[in-house]
Design a protein around this ligand. Structure first.
Ligand code: PMP
Length: 368
């Protein structure tokens, strides 16, 4: 066993080593400013260049059309659960929510404070995949259609983008799979993503918004720091933005670009997730993932030891403990669902996934 830690955290998650080295040097001395990046003014030319680099790189990587704006917010994903209805719900007072897991459920609960939340999926839908479109109820008068592209806790990812009725903007939480596959931005009204999984560290949330939505009739109670028009029109520099988190984000997306861009990230994610799912599926029921095949997440691979009445939580605890001793860290499933979760965001190299599947086979042989 070597000393290299393989880190499978669901977030905050692995940041590329190259980026960590760069941004830690920048803490002590940033460029020729004479001070560290944590100390520079948010109005300084140095920070304006950081901001510009982050926004330009995002636009380039994700092929953001000219009628979209890229902005940075604080408040994380949860902040956006409020910002979305506060900014966009007033047009008709109601919005459609596709609830496929914990995070879209939380977003729907928050939005219900500000207007009518309508559930698109039939009652009793489990979080084991996206139900067939034929069962959906979509309202052409909804102010927007909301969904979460990848449910980080349940490991459920949309195989294809939902299609809203004509004129209804599509709003998406891409916190845990942004920059992991190509996305046609022109099909969205708004995309948001907390940075702390695929594009940096906690403290900043990316928002990509179609320009015309900046004129949507917002709630009179919308706090200024959640106001899409205010923050965007002030170039994400209305109040003191999270300077360091934006720098880390900029360096991380620049790393993605150097690695070959989004297509390369998609190929890597496909390869990493296939390796894990094939290990689970060939384990003769020892490891189980019950997510509908087409919705199995390429970012968060969840699994249990056995399932139903045969589930063995003692062995799951033993798995996490023994994996940890072999430097395979942060494999414990989210406290809401238990079991195991291997989060394999962009910065987790396939060599770590290879180590994990070797361990999984060994553990199965020793314990079945
Ligand atoms: N959406 C998704 C998909 C998430 O995984 C998370 C958790 N990191 C959130 C929203 C909530 O984000 P935050 O903790 O930044 O509020």
């Amino acid at each position: 066993m070597d000393n290299v830690v393989s880190y499978f955290s669901g977030g905050p998650a692995k940041i590329p080593n190259e980026v960590l080295e760069q941004v830690s040097r920048d803490v002590l001395q940033y460029g020729n400013t004479g001070v560290g990046v944590l100390e520079i003014s948010h109005r300084s030319p140095a920070f304006l260049a950081i901001l510009d680099n982050a926004i330009t790189t995002i636009k380039e990587l994700l092929d953001v059309p000219p009628n979209y704006r890229v902005a940075f917010f604080t408040g994380g994903g949860n902040g956006q659960f409020s910002a979305v209805p506060l900014n966009l719900m007033n047009r008709t007072g109601k919005a459609d929510y596709i609830v496929t897991g914990t995070w879209s459920k939380s977003a729907a609960i928050e939005a219900a404070k500000y207007g009518t939340v309508q559930h698109v999926l039939p009652e009793g839908s489990t979080f084991m995949g996206v139900p067939d479109v034929s069962t959906w109820k979509l309202d052409p008068d909804a102010a927007y259609l909301y969904y979460c592209d990848n449910e980080t806790i349940q490991g459920v990812e949309f195989a294809t983008r939902p299609v809203p009725p004509e004129g209804v903007p599509l709003v998406c939480d891409m916190s845990s799979n942004i920059c992991s596959r190509p996305v046609d931005i022109s099909k969205f009204g708004l995309i948001f993503a907390g940075a702390q999984k695929n594009i940096g560290c906690a403290g900043v949330t990316l928002v990509i918004i179609r320009e015309d939505l900046l004129d949507a009739p917002r709630s009179p109670h919308c706090p200024v720091i959640l106001d899409y028009a205010v923050i965007t029109n002030k170039n994400s520099n209305y109040n003191t933005p999270p300077v360091y988190a934006i720098h880390v984000l900029g360096e991380t997306v620049s790393w993605v670009k150097r690695q070959g861009g989004i297509e390369e990230m998609k190929n890597r994610s496909d390869a990493k997730s296939k390796l894990l799912y094939s290990t689970i599926d060939s384990s003769q029921g020892f490891y189980v993932n019950e997510v509908k095949t087409e919705n199995r997440s390429r970012m968060n691979v969840v699994f249990t030891v056995g399932a139903g009445e045969d589930r063995n939580k003692d062995l799951e605890a033993k798995f996490v403990e023994e994996a940890g001793k072999e430097n395979l860290k942060a494999l414990k499933g989210h406290r809401d669902v238990g079991g195991m979760r291997a989060s394999i965001f962009n910065a987790v190299g396939i060599e770590h996934v290879r180590k994990l599947v070797v361990f999984m086979d060994k553990f199965r042989n020793e314990n079945s």
